[in-house]
Design a protein around this ligand. Sequence first.
Ligand SMILES: NC(=O)c1ccc[n+]([C@@H]2O[C@H](COP(=O)([O-])OP(=O)(O)OC[C@H]3O[C@@H](n4cnc5c(N)ncnc54)[C@H](O)[C@@H]3O)[C@@H](O)[C@H]2O)c1
Length: 433
Amino acid sequence: MSFETVSVIGLGYIGLPTAAMFASRKKKVIGVDVNQHAVDTINRGEIHIVEPELDIIVHAAVTEGYLKATTKPEPADAFLIAVPTPFKSNSDNENGIPEPDLTYIEAAAKAIATVLKKGDLVILESTSPVGATEQMAEWLKEARSDLSFPQDNNIEPDVNVAHCPERVLPGHVVRELVENDRVIGGMTLKCSEAAIKLYKTFVKGDCVTTNARTAEMAKLTENSCRDVQIAFANELSIICDKLDIDVWELISIANRHPRINILQPGPGVGGHCIAVDPWFIVSKTPSEARIIHTARKVNDAKPGWVLNKVKLALANYLLDHKDKVASEVIIACYGVAFKPDIDDLRESPALNIVVELQKVHSGPLFIVEPNITTLPENLEIKSKLVSTKEALIHADIHVMLVDHKEFKKGDVSFLNKKYLVDCKGIWENSFVD
Ligand SMILES: NC(=O)c1ccc[n+]([C@@H]2O[C@H](COP(=O)([O-])OP(=O)(O)OC[C@H]3O[C@@H](n4cnc5c(N)ncnc54)[C@H](O)[C@@H]3O)[C@@H](O)[C@H]2O)c1
């Protein structure tokens, strides 16, 4: 079993760094993506995503001839699938539980099936619901009845199949790909052995072996655990608001207990992982996954709660300023990314709050987001991208949504606390009561 040629299907935030890592270890890498723009960019030795250090590695890999990108799969010894696994957009069933969308995995599996040969290894890296790897192996088998697969109960199948989920942190992907422990979920032990051999090309962390279903559940469990913990903090923030208690002070006191570690509340939960993956558990086991389901609902409801706090601040402002009408009141929102110090707006609760605010507020909206240079199209209607200074000086109501490092500097104690909604507790506490 030797892996001289490796193919990575899906060259996004996960697939491109993975492809680059194999290429940097002098494997011949064929990157496949349906996005022609991504393929062309990579073949110029450039990158189409934001990830520190990746540009240098990709540039070297392409110019030295170890990495090329294409839109059509070519034969290789190992295939790693890193395509999106969202939930279906209009799939709310009668329980209101979104279903996972496996169509990207199906399309990728059917595409590589045409070039599969005896001795190949196929790894599903995409975050997947339990059973997706077995389903993928079925799609491969349907397309290639001339080859044997692990589900055929053949001790030495022609094609090995495994699920090896990715757990890297955006912004630290190059280091974490190498250093993190890797979950290796082979459909059989032999499949796991093959996958370990492949990953040991660059992985320095431990390769922890299990079966495919446990590997799938491990990734979903990690993200659901974070979601539940954040929901606890978000629920506390709402309880404390009602009881007139400072939630930030409360959490810092409680965390002095040696076995307590409460996370920080915020405007909700965003990103394409924590806000999505728990649904993969809930949709499979709706009656059993009660805490996980409730956590999703608590976190999804938080933006609406924040919106109501902004409406209350506006009402207070208008009560205090009888000479003004709502259309003259400037509301400034600080941060629209889904977490601090990144430019990624995907599934961002802060962005949702601003979009909803735009619908209900008749006056101007100032957006302060130091990590972007232009506003998304749906925000351009009424909103203006401004500097922190301009917003602090000219806005009447201030909504702190994301604790970017830029917002933690400077004095904001001159703001009127009645007209401030601070979802991250970084400004509220600059006031002396
Ligand atoms: N981004 C993260 O931080 C992260 C972390 C852990 C796990 N994951 C998981 O990894 C998977 C990929 O996520 P991502 O962030 O890299 O997504 P992404 O959207 O950045 O990249 C996916 C790429 O796949 C391509 N693609 C779609 N269908 C294809 C097909 N049939 N054939 C070839 N290419 C195809 C898209 O054009 C895109 O370039 C998802 O399951 C995600 O949940 C992501």
